[in-house]
Structures are given as structure tokens and as C-alpha cells.
Design a protein around this ligand. Structure first.
Ligand code: ZN
Ligand code: ZN
Ligand code: FE
Length: 757
């Protein structure tokens, strides 16, 4: 008999891993122990080599679904004789990497207990070892109740017994609670407060069924909920209350209802019902109020994920409710109970809350099926703060991230921990959330930076923060070009360390030459890049307002390619602007007043959305490209023409034909399809051009434009057909939400090569 030490790294804490190991070992009659370490789990085992291998195989095969094994190391040690198998208390190994579990949707066993377990009948915060809040309530590690926002609730005798019983489903479930001892819900409605959960659900359901809006506290923040089939309710929420253009997500009673309002593939079904429960962007069937998606063909769908959601649907007549985060303008989602109450009367008619603090704010994550699998485009609840395994040493490197759709990142060992979605830092409250979260995650992961990586844009508020951090800590700053960071983030996610042809398509990012880039084909590795090809430059006047006023890009594109004034005035963009504004705008561009040069895919999509009349002014970020994609008539193979000369991709021929197609009344859905085909063909041709020069046949796609399913699928399949290996984002957003990962990777690679820090 020998003694082995088995150490397992990955997401193995807060997901029922130790009880799982205990049960497996005892059922096999094996002796030893299991304990949490900061960086994972350590198992000591008395056995011979043969049964060790069997044990490891079984362990990998049957591990809890929410767990993730990143590495297993096995060592033989001096013989220790165990009498049985036991779970031993946590050891705190100071500075090691710790993995914190994301929040987990309520499990089926708990839903059953909610109906049958005497002390948990209709208990709306029921949870167990396999489910419930995690990251949102964790103040520090190791993951113990005392370091969560459950610390103020004292377990009753029954809960304590379950918590201590290794054979119980709630053994060491830190947030364990029941009707007697746990946090409770309350509802404020027209000046009165309800405390009984049954009353709350009945009142809330009838209020929603009758067309009212209710604010409901979720796992990581408040949501606003109303009947998605009630056009008046949805319209008033959108236009009068929130003044919001962004599509709303809807929560469906179950997967069958979801399948009734949207087309669902097997992959999408699986993702919708997964324990992460993201919002999925699905192709709609036109069954819900058009106001929900604000005219887009897609609909964001989510399934219930908190016990309370199930209790509410039990009383609701509506099968589909609008489920959108409660926030004011660009501010982060509300987590504060008083602030949620202050919405009452203005935005919501009632507020449903519970008395447990949300410590780490999380939004609902968002994903979309593209090129055969789900890509996460907003990474928060269910995903954050899980790390990406970098494959290189990233220790002590901080990535400040972008200014919009911000996430930041911290490097520990070979893990990059990407924060939850933070948002637009130009909003004061969001910037505050950013700063607080940097502090909290640094504390949680015992992170002390030795290098700060940031975008080359000095005015990004994330760059300003990074510079301040560098001065305060007296550490170096590494500046990373925006599109290089995008490509590096895609490479890191896919474990690529060599050279790739990187395709970075997005709205804006400062280029090395001082112009705005965003239609870039680069040959890159983790340390450097070379710009091989790019979209032609477009002079656009108006600074930051360009991104919310597509008409500016439209006029610039027409003017650049010599479309005469009389013709511009026949196009929707000219009609909407009127002759004076067109003259005025052209004058600004001619004189170069407040004018910048863009090689950006985002601006090209904006321009075409404006020229075709699909979007003149945007009411939310990336509305123009979304409307353009949404308009596509499927099955069209024809494409507009483009030219590529010495790496400059010109859309002159496309613009001229497209403008005349618009004037001759060709359906906009066909025009949009031909435009998308043209952009995809241009990208593929440019990648081949870069491959011809460099000899590299591996392509990495990144940047916000690759949230466009049609474009992504076409570029991917065309590149595959040309024998390229194509790397794409799955767990990390292609948009600026993934930028911080790329920054950490580039700065770390430069440090490793002795060129930075
Ligand atoms: Zn459970
Ligand atoms: Zn209890
Ligand atoms: Fe970007």
C-alpha cells in the first residue's frame, strides 16, 4: 500500500467537489482525506498504483457539472496510514491562486425540496452544494460563510445539521438557509409592505399580468419585469420610463415557451438551460411585442434561474416577461435596495427585495450561437470570475481594459482573471464600480501588480486609471495597441503562442499612426504585430458623436467616392439631413474641423445603415450594424465589388452600386446581404493577401464586429474552405469586453521576452 498526494486545480471549490470525492472514495472503500487549498483541492489516498488510476479516471468522469478541472498532479509521499476517508478543514496557503466559483442557477433537487422539505416550503433563496449564489456574495477567500454576505444569518439547528452532515446535499453549502433562519423577501407596493412569500408572488403576478412594471432583486442586481405580450406595458417601459432603445431580454416560463417565440437549435437549448443561464440572442418568430426587440429580428431569451423566478411563474398567467436590468441611463445595474425603491412611481410600480447584500454586482451574461457554437458577448453572471489559462506566465500583470464595455483583468501565475462586465467608464457611477471592483478582485485574489497594461489611447478613463496605479505603486506601464490586444485575447483563449493572421474588426481603437483603426488585418504574435492590410480611411467629422450618428459616416462614405450632391439628396440619408445640413457637414470634412480618419468596420456598417435608411441616428450602441444584420434576406449569394491594392481595401465600387440600388428601390434586405457578402469577401481576400506575404495560414478573428453572426459565419466558412485554421472567441467576448485579457497577455509576453516591465 502506498500513499499518494493528488492536487487538483480548477473550479473545485463551492461546487460540491469535496463531498463528491468523499462519496466516491468511500463507495470504493478507499482511505485517505480531502481538503481545500487556496489553489484547489488536495486528496491523500492509501492505495496501489492500479486503483489510483481507476480513481483518477472516475474522478474526471463523474465530477460535478459546475466544476472544471484544469490540472491534476500526482505525487507519491511517505506512507501515512488512514483508518477511513475524511474531509478535513480548509488550509490557507497565503499567496496561491484561488478560483472563485461564479453564481450557479438553482438546481432541480432544490426546486423539488422547495415543494417537499418542511422547513423550505416555498423558500425563495433555497440552495445547496450544487447551486446558489457564489461570486455575488463572496467578500474574500477561502470560500467560507464568514467571508460572504450570509455572515449575518445564523444557521438554525436543522440547517446546521445538514451543513455538518457529509451525506447531506447541503454539506458545507455556505449559503445554506431556510424559512426559519435565512434571508427573506419583501415587497413594497403603493406604500405598503408585504412579507409573506405567497402574498408577494400572488400580488406581483397579478400586477405584472395587468400591465405593471415590477423591480425584482436578482442574484447580481435588480431587474425590471413586465408582461412581454402587453404592447402598451412594453412601450411605456421603453419610451416613457427608461427612454431606452436597447432590445430587452425576455424570461420565458420554460424551454417550450422559448421555442415558441424563437428558433432553437440543440446547442441553443443546452446553453439556455445550462447552470450559467445566460441570455441567448435567438432568431425570433415574431410572436412578442415588436417593442421588446425594438424592431430587430432577434430576441434575447433567458430561462428562470432563481428559486423566486419559479415561484413567480407559478402565479403568473403570462408565460413571457420582459426581463431587463434595472439601471438609470448608462449607470451600472442597481444593487442597492434604497436606490431600487427610489424607482417606484417613476419606473416601476412595485419593488421586490430580499435582505441579503449583493457584494459583487453581476449582469446577466449574453451569448449567441455563431459558427457552430455559443460565443459569450457579455461575460458576467455564471462566468465571472473564472480565469482563462494563459499558457504563459502572467503573474502580477494588470490589464486596465477598454473604455466602453469594460472588463479589467488580473494575472496570477498562469491564470488571467477577467472581471465581470463593468460597462461604459464615461459614466461616473460605472467608473466608481470599476475602481471598487479592481480593489475587491485584487483583494480576493491577493493580487499585487508589478506591471500595468493599458490601451495606447491616453484618454481612455481606464488608461488614466492605469497611469495613476502605476505612479502610486511605482511600477511600469506597458501600452498595447487596441487591435493587437483584440487578437492577443483571441490567441490566448485558443492557446496560440505562435504567429497568426489577425483580423480585428470593430468600431474604434487608436492606431499607431494616430488615425482610428478598426478594419485591420495584421500578422501578429503575442509580442508584436504588423499591419498588413486595412479598410480604406474615411474622414468623419463630429468626434465621439460619429458612433451614435451614422448619417455622418454615410455622408462621408458617399462624398469620399464622389457620389454627386444631387444623388445624395435622393438617398434616405440626404433626405433625412436636408440640403443645408449636407452642405454644412461636407464643409466641416473639407476643412478638417473636428474630423478624424477611420479605417473602421463599425463606421462602414454605420455608413451603409444610414445610406439605406435603416438607421440615421442610433438610440443605443451598435444599433446601425445590428439593424443592418437584422435586415438581411437569407440565401443571397451575390456580392458587391471591392478592390484591394497594396493592402488597402477600397469599397468604391460597392458604394457606387449600392447607392444606385437604393435609388432604384432594390429591397434593403437584398442590399444588406450583398453588402455583408462584400465585406466578408474583402476580409477573406485580405487574409489571403497577408498569408501570401507571411506564409501563415492560421487566422484569429476578433473585435466587436464579429458579434455579427452572418459575417462571422461567412468569413469563417470561406477561410476554412481555403484551408486556413480559424480561431474564434467562445468564452471571452470578441468585443472590447475581452480587451483586458489581450493587454495582460501582450504585456506578459513582452516581459517574458525581456522587452517590457
Ligand atoms: Zn441546489
Ligand atoms: Zn435554517
Ligand atoms: Fe475594440
Amino acid at each position: 500500500m502506498k500513499t499518494y498526494i493528488i492536487e487538483i486545480e480548477g473550479l473545485v471549490q463551492g461546487v460540491g467537489f469535496r463531498p463528491f470525492v468523499y462519496k466516491m472514495a468511500t463507495s470504493l472503500g478507499m482511505r485517505g482525506s480531502v481538503a481545500n487549498l487556496n489553489r484547489g483541492v488536495r486528496i491523500l489516498l492509501n492505495c496501489d498504483n492500479g486503483s489510483l488510476q481507476g480513481f483518477i479516471e472516475k474522478l474526471k468522469l463523474n465530477a460535478p457539472v459546475q466544476s472544471r478541472i484544469d490540472a491534476i498532479s500526482i505525487k507519491e509521499t511517505e506512507e501515512i496510514v488512514f483508518r477511513g476517508f475524511s474531509i478535513i478543514a480548509s488550509t490557507n496557503l497565503s499567496n496561491e491562486v484561488t478560483i472563485v466559483s461564479p453564481d450557479i442557477a438553482v438546481c432541480n433537487d432544490c426546486l423539488q425540496d422547495m415543494e417537499s422539505q418542511a422547513h423550505r416550503i416555498n423558500y425563495p433563496l433555497i440552495n445547496c452544494t450544487n447551486c446558489g449564489p457564489r461570486f455575488s456574495i463572496i467578500r474574500g477567500v477561502p470560500y467560507d460563510r464568514a467571508l460572504t454576505t450570509m455572515d449575518s444569518f445564523v444557521m438554525c439547528e436543522k440547517c446546521r445539521k445538514e451543513y455538518d452532515d457529509v451525506d447531506d446535499r447541503r454539506f458545507h453549502a455556505q449559503p445554506v438557509a431556510c424559512n426559519k433562519c435565512g434571508p427573506v423577501y419583501s415587497m413594497s407596493l403603493g406604500g405598503q409592505t408585504l412579507h409573506h412569500i405567497d402574498d408577494i408572488c400572488i400580488m406581483a403576478a397579478s400586477y405584472i399580468d395587468e400591465g405593471g412594471v415590477v423591480a425584482i432583486k436578482g442574484t447580481g442586481g435588480y431587474h425590471l419585469v413586465c408582461n412581454a405580450l402587453n404592447e402598451a406595458a412594453v412601450a411605456s417601459l421603453r419610451t416613457q420610463k427608461l427612454r431606452e432603445g436597447k432590445p430587452f431580454a425576455v424570461m420565458c416560463r420554460n424551454i417550450e415557451i422559448a421555442g415558441g417565440i424563437a428558433h432553437l437549435s440543440d446547442k441553443e437549448r443546452e446553453a439556455l438551460a445550462s447552470w450559467q443561464r445566460p441570455v441567448l440572442i435567438l432568431e425570433g418568430r415574431g410572436k412578442i411585442a415588436p417593442q421588446v426587440s425594438n424592431g430587430l429580428s432577434t430576441v434575447g431569451v433567458i430561462l428562470p434561474y432563481m428559486p423566486f423566478h419559479y415561484l413567480l411563474f407559478r402565479e403568473l398567467k403570462s408565460d413571457i416577461v420582459v426581463f431587463t436590468s434595472a439601471n438609470i441611463a448608462e449607470e451600472p445595474v442597481i444593487t442597492d435596495d434604497q436606490m431600487a425603491l427610489s424607482l417606484e412611481g417613476r419606473v416601476s410600480g412595485a419593488t421586490i427585495s430580499y435582505n441579503r447584500e449583493i457584494y459583487n454586482r453581476t449582469d446577466d451574461s449574453v451569448g449567441r450561437l455563431m459558427a457552430g457554437d455559443i460565443t459569450i458577448t457579455r461575460r458576467s453572471r455564471g462566468f465571472a470570475p473564472l480565469p482563462v489559462i494563459a499558457g504563459i506566465d502572467v503573474d502580477a500583470v494588470f490589464g486596465a481594459g477598454a473604455e466602453l464595455s469594460n472588463c479589467f483583468a488580473i494575472g496570477k501565475g498562469r491564470n488571467v482573471f477577467l472581471s465581470q462586465h463593468i460597462g461604459d467608464l464615461r459614466n461616473v457611477a460605472t467608473l466608481d464600480f470599476y475602481k471598487t471592483s479592481v480593489q475587491r478582485l485584487s483583494g480576493m485574489f491577493r493580487f499585487v501588480p508589478s506591471i500595468v497594461a493599458r490601451d495606447i489611447h491616453p484618454d481612455y478613463l481606464s488608461s488614466v486609471f492605469a497611469d495613476e496605479m502605476a505612479v502610486a505603486q511605482n511600477i511600469p506601464v506597458v501600452m498595447v495597441q487596441h487591435h493587437h490586444a483584440h487578437i492577443a485575447s483571441c490567441m490566448a483563449e485558443n492557446g496560440i503562442k505562435g504567429e497568426v493572421v489577425g483580423v480585428a474588426m470593430d468600431g474604434v481603437g487608436l492606431g499607431a499612426d494616430g488615425t482610428v483603426w478598426g478594419g485591420e488585418i495584421m500578422v501578429a504574435d503575442l509580442c508584436r504585430y504588423e499591419r498588413m492590410a486595412h479598410f480604406e480611411n474615411l474622414a468623419i467629422a463630429g468626434g465621439d458623436s460619429a458612433s451614435l450618428e451614422p448619417w455622418r459616416s454615410g455622408l462621408s462614405l458617399l462624398r469620399r467616392h464622389g457620389v454627386p450632391f444631387e444623388e445624395i439628396m435622393k438617398l434616405p440619408v440626404g433626405v433625412r439631413c436636408g440640403p443645408e445640413k449636407v452642405h454644412l457637414y461636407n464643409g466641416l470634412v473639407d476643412k478638417g474641423i473636428n474630423t478624424a480618419h477611420y479605417s473602421s468596420a463599425g463606421r462602414l456598417f454605420d455608413a451603409v445603415a444610414a445610406i439605406t435608411g435603416l438607421n440615421h441616428e442610433s438610440s443605443f450602441h451598435a444599433e446601425a450594424p445590428m439593424r443592418l444584420e437584422s435586415a438581411i434576406v437569407p440565401g443571397i449569394k451575390k456580392s458587391y465589388d471591392f478592390d484591394i491594392e497594396e493592402g488597402i481595401i477600397s469599397f468604391r465600387r460597392m458604394v457606387l452600386s449600392l447607392a444606385s440600388d437604393v435609388m432604384s428601390g432594390k429591397p434593403v434586405g437584398e442590399i444588406s446581404a450583398m453588402f455583408h457578402n462584400c465585406v466578408a469577401n474583402a476580409i477573406v481576400t485580405a487574409v489571403e493577401y497577408a498569408a501570401g506575404i507571411s506564409g501563415i495560414h492560421e487566422a484569429a478573428l476578433s473585435g466587436g464586429t464579429f458579434q455579427n453572426k452572418y459575417l462571422t459565419e461567412m468569413v469563417t466558412s470561406e477561410l476554412l474552405a481555403r484551408k486556413f485554421t480559424v480561431y474564434y472567441h467562445r468564452n471571452i467576448p470578441p468585443n472590447d469586453g475581452g480587451l483586458a485579457l489581450g493587454q495582460v497577455i501582450v504585456a506578459s509576453a513582452l516581459r517574458g521576452a525581456g522587452k517590457g516591465g
